[in-house]
Design a binder for this molecule. Sequence first.
Ligand SMILES: [Zn+2]
Length: 313
Amino acid sequence: MSTAFYCPPECRLHDMGAGHPECPQRLDAIQDHLLATGLDIALDWRDAPDATLVQLARAHSAGYLAEIQERMEQVKATGRPHAVDPDTSIYAGTHDAAFKAAGAAIAATDHVIDGGAQTAFCAVRPPGHHATRSESMGFCFFNNVAVAARHALDERGLKRVAIVDFDVHHGNGTEDIVAGDERVLMCSFFQHPLYPYCGAVPKGTNMVNLPVPPYTRGGEIREMIEAMWMPALHRFQPQMLFISAGFDAHREDELGQLGLVEADYEWITRRLVTVAQTHSGGRIVSCLEGGYSLSALARSVAAHLRVLAGVAG
Ligand SMILES: [Zn+2]
């Protein structure tokens, strides 16, 4: 069965200006590399509708959604950008990109639950894992993965889902949303200290947070995953796996100081596929988070996708 691939054109419309690392070219780099390597033919390229407010409200407060939607519509109409934090701004294309990014994560979840594919990858932006229940921050507006996970639980009737976050930054937004929700197990590692400067003390018993110091390399990360994530995931027996797939822990990425390479992403993905095949009927929905070195990002996404699609050597 092929892997579903979502890369909505609207996700390129969000552009925070020249020199901003979270740029539309990230998606171009991924897509170009898939075409150049021939990996594109192993993927089922699919369209997605926008997320609805009802769907977003499973992870975000109604007050926040009303406020951010109004802001996004205002900026779309006037063209005047609005900064939500020093690194994160709403521009004219942000509205359409953000609603489509979350919509893709939901569509991927439905498609996998309905049996149309075993695995899915959403090459979407803006990313989501720093967006809390009621706040945009760190390049994120809607928490795509948390919205999709709650869709699987609340709308599709799943009882247990796991969220695995391997971005170099702590997924504080996802933690804010799912901490204490015992239907969710969240496993992550992240460089610490580093933006958003939290996560060392987990907010709930359903969190497996592994803060690691700068310059940690892939071998040490693999040992920690084997010792800490894998037993927790096997105990939890998730019915579906969601991945916050950030590739900024790559050693070529300048936003973090960890030392992962493509082979590490391949290894991590293989371990997660093992969990999904044991407990979840193989079901995985993975969504792009960070990853700012365009070349390393494209190569790492390809390594991740080759395992998800079962075409790795
Ligand atoms: Zn990141």
